[in-house]
Design a protein around this ligand. Structure first.
Ligand SMILES: *[C@@H]1O[C@H](CO)[C@@H](O)[C@H](O)[C@H]1NC(C)=O
Ligand SMILES: *[C@@H]1O[C@H](CO)[C@@H](O)[C@H](O)[C@H]1NC(C)=O
Length: 513
């Protein structure tokens, strides 16, 4: 082969790769308050989860576009308050894990997570392997609100605050050494992400929920900082969504820079969108194109496929797959894995209120619309127990089995203080065939912000023929609850504990089924 033909073949491969483009959102899952960084050729992504447990999910990617769940930084919401356990009649909706930060520290080859809980205390967790076990390092009795951590050699800095931005310096044992206000803004800014790039210190901040600014200092981590716009009301490709904002920046091994931000796109929540950006000669970063999120950009690096978001989970154990989160801390004595697969949910609360029932297992809804189907062994349910599949948020509906009927309950609401306002009303019910042992419950949810916002429930006694139950439920699109609608799998008792169900499988499919 002559050199020229080798060259032709190579450039053909290169141009095929260059033609591969990604579309936003890169993953249509509710994963807000993004912190992202690179270690070698792997990218890591952390997000906030409020009162869902475990908290602060970790995703990994080889290309910034294809992401998969690998674990959580906060194994249990161990925040000195039984509200996180749904105990003592208390609940912690809209509390817990807000914007926080996960970074890798080369100095001791360890991953760290830091976040403020309930505007009071900042917690720190660590792990050698981000997909493995995380443990608590300590607590700082100050709130590092919306914080971003920077490891700078041996030094540890944390930028935080709302409008007045501070930088804390931590000791090697993660106690506070000092804290200094480095900037006071005339507009509301928050969501700090601190970076050191070419000996400049940067703190990226958002003006919620539309613009992104950047603070830059060439003097040191404590400033003085100058302030400039990074991107103003950038366009999103998702019809009806808000502007990409409060993002985190990361480079590729070959020196290209990307901004991973999120869009408000209720009822589904806040999803990640990715766009390239550049630095000018003075080291000021800005988004390359104002519509950088709206266009199909080339992949940052060669695409690296990950496990599909869709498919069947048969709960083979010994642990739940990392995309699952409980509504509040679970009672770990009330769930287990059946031999041969299946998640056994024993009733863990005596209540008529789904919002106060322990051990509701949640899964993000895949957008723009998707269908969840569970197969439920109901042969060991007790009288009055309710087990089923919910469309869960502060305004909710669910399909459930109760006393041999399949029921549709709707208009459950949380009110002031995020306490239960209504446990809902039963719209309709249907009889199960005699001696039904396994029931399939299905929920199709359209979370596209410009879509119907409808959730439609159906059920089957044979897993093949599904019957629609009741009328579609229209999801609420306000953002106050922050977390987007989720699929929720539950089993609670009305009076006495003792009954159980086995969730034999959960199937997630894109679109309708
Ligand atoms: C949507 O939820 C909010 C609380 O998050 C509530 O104030 C509002 O009334 C709800 N809207 C509808 C149409 O139910
Ligand atoms: C659901 O999403 C699919 C893409 O996965 C789309 O083709 C379809 O139009 C959507 N359906 C509705 C009802 O929005």
């Amino acid at each position: 082969m002559r050199f020229s033909s080798v060259f032709t073949a190579l450039s053909a491969v290169t141009s095929t790769l260059a033609q591969q483009t990604y579309i936003n959102p890169v993953l249509w899952y509710d994963l807000a308050d993004i912190d992202v960084f690179r270690k070698g050729n792997q990218y890591y992504y952390s997000a906030s989860t409020m009162s869902f447990s475990p908290g602060a999910p970790i995703l990994r990617s080889g290309d910034l576009v294809n992401w998969e769940f690998i674990g959580h930084s906060v194994p249990t919401l161990d925040f000195h308050d039984t509200a996180y356990d749904l105990a003592d009649g208390k609940q912690a909706y809209v509390r817990g894990i807000w914007a926080s930060s996960m970074q890798y520290r080369e100095y001791d080859d360890t991953f760290y997570w830091i976040g403020c809980v309930d505007f009071k205390t900042t917690y720190i967790y660590k792990a050698k392997d981000p997909a493995g076990d995380w443990s608590k390092v300590g607590e700082i009795g100050t709130c590092y609100y919306d914080c971003g951590m920077l490891f700078d050699g041996q030094n540890i800095y944390v930028a935080y605050g709302n409008t007045k931005i501070s930088v804390a310096q931590l000791n090697n044992d993660f106690t506070q050494k000092s804290t200094t206000q480095v900037y006071s803004s005339s507009i509301t800014i928050e969501g700090s992400h601190m970076k050191k790039i070419n000996n400049n210190y940067y703190i990226f901040v958002t003006q919620p929920a539309s613009n992104e600014y950047v603070l830059k200092s060439s003097s040191g981590p404590l400033g003085p900082y100058e302030f400039k716009i990074f991107t103003k009301a950038a366009a999103s490709s998702v019809q009806g969504s808000g502007n990409p904002h409060q993002g985190s920046v990361v480079d590729t091994p070959d020196g290209k820079w990307y901004y991973l931000a999120f869009i408000d796109a209720y009822p589904g929540g806040r999803m990640p969108v990715l766009a390239p950006f550049v630095f000018d000669a003075q080291g000021w970063p800005s988004l390359k194109q104002a519509n950088g999120f709206a266009i199909a950009n080339p992949y940052p690096v060669t695409p690296v496929p990950v496990k599909s978001t869709t498919g069947i989970d048969s709960f083979t154990g010994p642990k739940l797959s990392p995309q699952w989160e409980w509504n509040h801390n679970p009672d770990t004595t009330k769930y287990s894995f059946a031999s041969g697969g299946g998640l056994i949910l024993k009733t863990a609360s005596a209540t008529k209120d789904l919002y106060h029932a322990k051990n509701t297992l949640t899964h993000r809804i895949l957008g723009p619309n998707s269908t969840a189907t569970i197969a439920l062994d109901i042969s060991k349910m007790s009288s009055g127990d309710q087990a089923g599949l919910a469309l869960l948020s502060d305004n909710s509906a669910y399909i459930a089995i109760r006393n041999g009927l399949v029921i549709l309950q709707r208009d459950l609401t949380l009110g002031a203080g995020w306490d239960t306002l209504s446990t809902g009303r039963q719209e309709t019910s249907a009889s199960l065939p005699a001696n039904t042992k396994t029931v399939w419950l299905r929920l199709h949810a359209d979370i596209a912000p410009s879509g119907s916002h409808q959730g439609s429930f159906s059920w089957s006694a044979d897993g093949k023929t599904f019957k629609v139950l009741g009328t579609p439920y229209v999801m609420n699109t306000t953002y106050y609850f922050f977390i987007g609608y989720r699929f929720g799998i539950f089993n609670f008792a009305e009076s006495a504990l003792g009954g159980q169900v086995t969730v034999k499988s959960f199937e997630l499919a894109l679109g309708s089924k």
